[in-house]
Design a protein around this ligand. Structure first.
Ligand code: ATP
Ligand code: MG
Length: 282
């Protein structure tokens, strides 16, 4: 087997593929953990969990990046109030990720001229763009990169998992308490198993409703589906995040809940999930 070359992608004698691989390895080597947030089901809160986990990690003192690879529905620019952000180049020609309260952010959404235009890209195009989001962005040294994926097990999660597998890549699976969600989410768990991609754990989002008046939590969907799913697959249960209208408002207004409301039950649940993630990864 040939020994893996260590260079920064500028080596004259390398082919362009070798240069790409070198640049990718160099970038990935500077980011310790890559947490891929995924779910077989749409709308369960992957983007909400990604943004808030990233902030909870940053609040815990880590250097964190947030990468949005949802080609067809990037939500991160809106959730961080970066809809109008114009990309800038760093001194070395790479893309400079905007920093929001210490968090480095990159989204395919920043590359679209009009956020309401549909993206019509076939698989190979998506794969190329996603890999460039690693190599062409000035991420620097990070402890964690949180990667928000679209629902399902298509090109985007597949490309991300293949890219970061055996290079500090781990999945966080998001589900909601209902059984119908659990059966869709099982597909993501099995996808990771088939790829032999490690799973840090599973989060149950929208687990009970926090009354805005009295703060009491009511289970409006069935409860415990996430915990059962996690134990049936032998993966760590990272906790339950209740439905809180303020979480939704924070997402719409670009004010991440875990950052602005860290003292609330949902804020504390994110902090507790981060502690478990740290435990699993250490
Ligand atoms: N715990 C919560 N409490 C209240 N609202 C929530 C909660 N989690 C998510 N939401 C809201 O639910 C909606 C869907 O969440 P989000 O966009 O994060 O889901 P998603 O899984 O990323 O969706 P998609 O599959 O389309 O990418 C958003 O409006 C979000 O603000
Ligand atoms: Mg999303």
């Amino acid at each position: 087997m040939s020994e893996e070359k260590k260079c920064s992608g500028n080596c004259e004698s390398c082919s362009s593929k070798e240069k790409e691989n070198c640049a990718l390895n160099e970038t990935l080597g500077r980011i310790k953990h890559k947490i891929v947030v995924m779910s077989g089901k749409g709308g369960v809160g992957k983007s909400t969990v990604s943004v808030n986990l990233a902030y909870a990690l940053a609040l815990a003192g880590f250097r964190v990046g947030l990468l949005d690879v949802d080609v067809h529905g990037p939500s991160i620019p809106k959730m961080l109030h970066l809809e109008k952000y114009q990309l800038e180049a760093a001194g070395n020609g790479k893309i400079l990720p905007p920093e929001v309260a210490g968090l480095k952010v990159m989204s395919i959404g920043f590359m679209l001229e009009n956020p309401d235009d549909p993206v019509v890209w076939r698989g190979p195009m998506k794969i190329g763009v996603i890999q460039q989001l690693f190599t062409e962005v000035e991420w620097g040294e990070l402890d964690y990169m949180v990667i928000d994926c679209p629902p399902g097990t298509g090109d985007e999660p597949l490309t991300v998992c293949q890219t970061v597998k055996d290079k500090g890549g781990n999945a966080v699976i998001v589900t909601t308490p209902q059984q119908v969600a659990s059966s869709d989410v099982s597909k993501s768990v099995n996808f990771c198993k088939q790829m032999q991609f490690p799973m840090t754990g599973l989060i149950e989002n929208m687990s009970g409703f926090v009354c805005p008046k009295c703060g009491e939590i009511t289970d409006i969907f069935a409860s415990g589906g996430g915990e059962k799913l996690a134990s049936s697959y032998g993966i760590t249960f990272l906790g339950k995040l209740p439905i809180d209208p303020e979480v939704c408002k924070g997402g719409d207004e670009g004010r991440p809940f875990a950052y602005y409301r860290s003292e609330t039950p949902v804020g504390k649940a994110f902090a507790a999930a981060v502690e478990k993630i740290e435990e699993v990864l250490s």
